[in-house]
Ligand binder design. Sequence first.
Ligand SMILES: NC(=O)c1ccc[n+]([C@@H]2O[C@H](COP(=O)([O-])OP(=O)(O)OC[C@H]3O[C@@H](n4cnc5c(N)ncnc54)[C@H](O)[C@@H]3O)[C@@H](O)[C@H]2O)c1
Length: 145
Amino acid sequence: MYTVKDILDSKGRTVQSVDPETTVYEALKKMAGHNIGAIVVIKEKKVMGIFSERDYARKVVLKGKTSQESRVGDMMTDKVFFVRLSTSVNECMKLMTDQRVRHLPVIENDELIGIISIGDVVSKTIEDQNHTINQLEDYIVGKRL
Ligand SMILES: NC(=O)c1ccc[n+]([C@@H]2O[C@H](COP(=O)([O-])OP(=O)(O)OC[C@H]3O[C@@H](n4cnc5c(N)ncnc54)[C@H](O)[C@@H]3O)[C@@H](O)[C@H]2O)c1
């Protein structure tokens, strides 16, 4: 069973983040520049929340606010669900589904060491299932055992 560590080993551990005082406009520019759908909001090395495209749509656009005037700290989601390197991909999928979140920051020893998204989890799940299918096919045609 794959874990968060396997995902980070292939995608890397860099986390794109902003300060809570950053304008929503600047955060969106950074997100577009890195082609990511969410950005971690950090103050003095502490994770304060996550600002996502969904937050932008619901808390800025639909509320008639402008991205230049709004601060990320006021628009972010402050309830953040964390995972560890040892968390299984299945557990991540369950957490994302149950809590309706698409991004999970990775914490080890109180330190932010990565982030995974729903796409990472789906991709790893497909890899895992393909691996199992290949093993079963090999077994059935007698290549193994
Ligand atoms: N083929 C793959 O392995 C793969 C992996 C992830 C996403 N995708 C595809 O990309 C599209 C969008 O993906 P998504 O909905 O999962 O979300 P997303 O666009 O936020 O994530 C895309 C990638 O950026 C990374 N990322 C996101 N926020 C980050 C941050 N703040 N700092 C550092 N890295 C960050 C994610 O871990 C993921 O690898 C989907 O169509 C998805 O299927 C493909």
